[in-house]
Design a protein around this ligand. Structure first.
Ligand code: ADE
Length: 227
């Protein structure tokens, strides 16, 4: 059983993403619990303030130490986190390997930043991992957190069944996934490759592997170390 706690100023943004399909099933099966915490519950005043101007000047607010420290420490009383992750564009770029590794953890806390980000002292004191989902800047860490939780959640042992198995995903063996087809066998003159219709599992497996390599060479030679 994995618990992922998310600390955010915009919990609404994260309410829907985990109520569908595989994420929903993971939670119904009792394999994953996602809990949302509103940082404003730890605001420093009755106006709900959690951010302030940055020292040294410059545009953009910074999320203050106090609400974050108090929130994190209160949550830590309830469970010991294996990782405290801060979502930030200057973090390490997220990939399938990291998703695999995180899917084996028990308790994760994810902190979503807003504005110019969070005070550096919170990063220095509590954060054990900083993750970016790519080289672009989002208006907050929430959508990035949703991406990470989805990628992790589907890998938790027992969440996927045979039909949805992660073993054949792109990246799982450092290859992109091969093309897939369903009925009809002939769509407007475009035919499904014969091998897939013949029903020889060994040949199908070889074909798929070949296609995976071809596709990876064409689209992502970097994955093969062939840049
Ligand atoms: N917050 C803003 N942009 C982000 C990104 N690219 N990855 C993770 N968190 C972010």
């Amino acid at each position: 059983m994995m618990t992922i706690d998310i600390l955010t100023v915009a919990p609404e943004l994260l309410e829907s993403p985990f109520q569908h399909s595989i994420m929903k099933r993971a939670q119904q099966k009792g394999l994953l619990t996602v809990r949302l915490f509103n940082l404003r519950d730890w605001a420093i005043n009755k106006h709900g303030q959690v951010d302030d101007y940055q020292y040294g000047g410059g545009a953009g607010m910074v999320m203050m130490c106090e609400p974050l420290a108090n929130a994190i420490e209160q949550l830590q009383k309830e469970r010991k986190y294996d990782e405290i992750i801060y979502m930030t564009p200057d973090g390490t770029t997220f990939n399938q390997r990291t998703a695999n590794r995180l899917s084996l953890k028990e308790n994760i806390l994810i902190i979503c930043g807003h504005y110019k980000g969070i005070d550096q002292r919170i990063r220095d004191t509590y954060v054990t991992m900083e993750i970016s989902i790519g080289d672009y800047v989002l208006s907050g860490g929430e959508l990035a957190a949703a991406v990470v939780v989805d990628a992790i959640g589907r890998l938790i042992p027992g969440v996927l069944n045979d039909e949805t198995s992660a073993l054949t995903d792109s990246f799982q063996d450092d290859l992109l996934a091969p093309p897939v087809y369903t009925r009809p066998a002939d769509f407007r003159g475009m035919k499904v490759p014969d091998i897939l219709l013949q029903g020889d599992p060994k040949k199908v497996e070889d074909w798929r592997h070949e296609q995976a390599i071809l596709r990876t060479q064409q689209r992502r030679p970097d994955l093969l170390g062939e840049e």
